[in-house]
Design a binder for this molecule. Sequence first.
Ligand SMILES: *Cc1c(COP(=O)(O)O)cnc(C)c1O
Length: 399
Amino acid sequence: MSKDIEDPQDWEDATKLIRGGLSRSHWGETAEALYLTQSFVYDTAEQADERFAGTSNTPGFIYSRYSNPTTKMFEDRLALLEGAPFCRSTASGMAAVATSLVGLLSAGDHILASKALFGSCRWIITQYLPRMGVEFTTVQGTDLDAWKKAVRPNTKVLFLESPANPLLEVIDVAAVAAIAKEAGARLVVDNVFATPLFQKPLQLGADIVVYSATKHIDGGGRVLGGAILGDEALIEESYRDFLRHTGPALSPFNAWVLLKGIETIDLRVRRQSETAATLADLLADHPKTKRVFYPLRKDHPQYEVAKKQMSGGGTLIALDVGSREAAFRFLNALQLVDISNNLGDAKSLATHPSTTTHRSFTEEDRLAIGLTDGCVRLSVGLEGANDLARDLTRALEAI
Ligand SMILES: *Cc1c(COP(=O)(O)O)cnc(C)c1O
């Protein structure tokens, strides 16, 4: 009797995260093997010839700048979680963002992006791409008419983050995807804040999803990594040669760390998100807080959109305490939460975006996205919720 072979696509997320992409060597190791090798050897000169020509009927690798068995396991596992046909990994989230845009654009093209972006994403679009002859327009991401009006005949890419860094602005991904389709352009979504658990941009109509694996996928604040996901033909055609010849490859060691990190992302992110929702309410109720931003709170400006496209509120909260002095006093009074610009870590971290992550924005650009000097971004970790509540309350009182 033949055994029915399980289809990984049918598994629950928790199973995909443990079993997805697993490729064991002939030694039958339990844990994923770390293939710390730069290159691969061939049995014969003919085999090398065939592998380079892409005509080999035996699967195999060539060089770790192209691909590697450990990074491939990571790519296959993340693709399974995302529900994406294909994934390519990169050395960092920014390598993923840069590759995702450069691979789709040529001189003379136009890119349209939301204003609220991570500082480095904004730098690529407004500083680097123009030097390569690519025109750009930035729009208020929540204003769908603004996206439509800014489309030009040469618009090739629409780019957004949702929820956006740092104030968690939520953009209607399906609506922007429809505008992209109509324009014959591709929609690229940076899904870092939502995490692959709570939002599936490809299902909402996006063409490409990018991640900084550095954040929730590692989850322990150890290594940098990134990923680009989407249709296999689109990724191969747009990014394969760029990845091979410019070399933003993920290190096999980092891929191995990320493989172990992703095993627990479901447990971690769900717990962190649960704690974040509780803390967002606590912060909002405190008299020293002017405003709190959390996607699944009813007072979030795009609450309805968030409810429609996100299945969890996420691990990040932003709050406005009124002034830079108040924000600094708040940060300096924290005892458990660390001051750090990273996010998605098991350790709770807080930062003052206008002097750190969004320092490269002009003041005008900061105010255009509502980022005032009183804003603090909080990445909620895995510590006990009561301990965090006490730490945050004490810091608010120190203002
Ligand atoms: C951190 C981050 C990036 C960049 O990722 P790195 O791994 O640090 O290069 C890109 N986009 C968003 C939204 C991020 O938070």
